[in-house]
Design a protein around this ligand. Sequence first.
Ligand code: SDX
Length: 430
Amino acid sequence: MAPKETLTITDNRTGKTYEIPITHGAIRALDLRQIKVSEDDFGLMTYDPAFMNTAYCQSRITFIDGEKGILWYRGYPIEQLAEKSTYLETAYLLLHGELPTRSQYEEFVYIITHHTMVHENIRKFMDGFRYDAHPMGMLLGTVGALSTFYPEAKNIFDPKIREIQIHRLIAKIPTIAAFAYRHGIGMPYSYPDNDLSYTGNFLNMMFKMTELKYRPNPVLERALDVLFILHADHEQNCSTNAMRTVGSSHVDPYSAVAAAIAALYGPLHGGANEEVLKMLTQIGSKNRVPEFIKLVKAGESRLMGFGHRVYKSYDPRAKIIKKIADEVFEVTGRNPLLDIALELERIALEDDYFVTRKLYPNVDFYSGIIYQAMGFPVDMFPVLFAIARTVGWLAQWEEMLLDKEQKISRPRQIYIGPQKRDYVPIAARS
Ligand code: SDX
């Protein structure tokens, strides 16, 4: 007889036993509430700081196997999408669940291309930032401000209204990102060029100077497009959790994306690629790598770009990014920091401290070296991550909205504070 898909729990406080069903390798936390010591007992909860072992949704979008280093978008292996797809085709796949037909793809590209402009007030709004404002802070603030330009976006359960906001965000975030960069270097904004691809146009808005028409280098354009594919989604990471949680209050998608950008900004998440470059620059040369590794093992420094909550093996995206580096350096010249990174990886993958903790290079370890070689300043690296991840956030947000099991996110707590006590007048306080 097949084993029963249940958990039998004996509560030793009462001697009672309970049968809890197991589905998809999990039990429903709510099924534990029946476990009580008395009628007025609230019932058993699970305690799981940082959600180390908690699934808070069922999703059809992205699958990761951390032990095997597997990453699929809607079932398609990331290696195949990186080799054969484009970022906008992958964006369509993440949003709709299927690869587009040729006509669906051409229509999607047309729509995104024709939503890249922003209201001129956005340009004035961005002019108000300090000259040295971090572009991620500018992106965060400006995307939030976008919500005030499209008040109809609050009608999140109207599919047509939801779709146009999704298109606007995918199309406008590169424009705002490029404007943030141009603001920082004191250059006039370079406006979208509809003749160019999504990624080619982003390079145009970033780097166009006095030439009449910007022509992106096809090798760099393709390399950046693949980097966008690799960063497009990653199941329930910190910023997607922020997107789903903030979105669960039924706020408009611009405000929810602003929250996701804020989460991605953190150095433990999307800000790590910027920290990797600072770390490699600080190490300065290959022969100083052993000394840095000592600091990390002493807990005095962190090997940024290494380690992952899910991947306990090599991040499959890091493998692909390493290959892209060679193609980019053919065009830009080799970034000397690559040698330091390769030496760090070589030593770390042999060292017990990293091996026992299953710390491998993650998506951020090599990406920054390529971005720098392409001419992006270090503070733009998390912004590049945000451009690519916007479609992942939106696909996850829409899945959450349409999931009948989801409602406003409001976790419980375990109260360990003081018991009831009376107010003490200030004169009587010691
Ligand atoms: C991204 O979730 C996602 O999918 C994220 C992401 C995505 O696509 O959305 O993949 C993108 O954010 C990649 C991660 C980028 N961050 C970094 O590279 C920052 C450096 N890495 C770490 O801070 C850390 O590895 C995390 C934050 C990525 C994961 O942290 P966990 O799972 O909470 O692990 P932990 O901090 O509890 O570490 C476990 C042990 C600890 O040692 P002990 O206390 O047990 O002795 O490993 C050590 C940590 O000190 N450790 C590191 C380390 N990462 C973990 N030690 C040195 N260097 C590191 N990088």
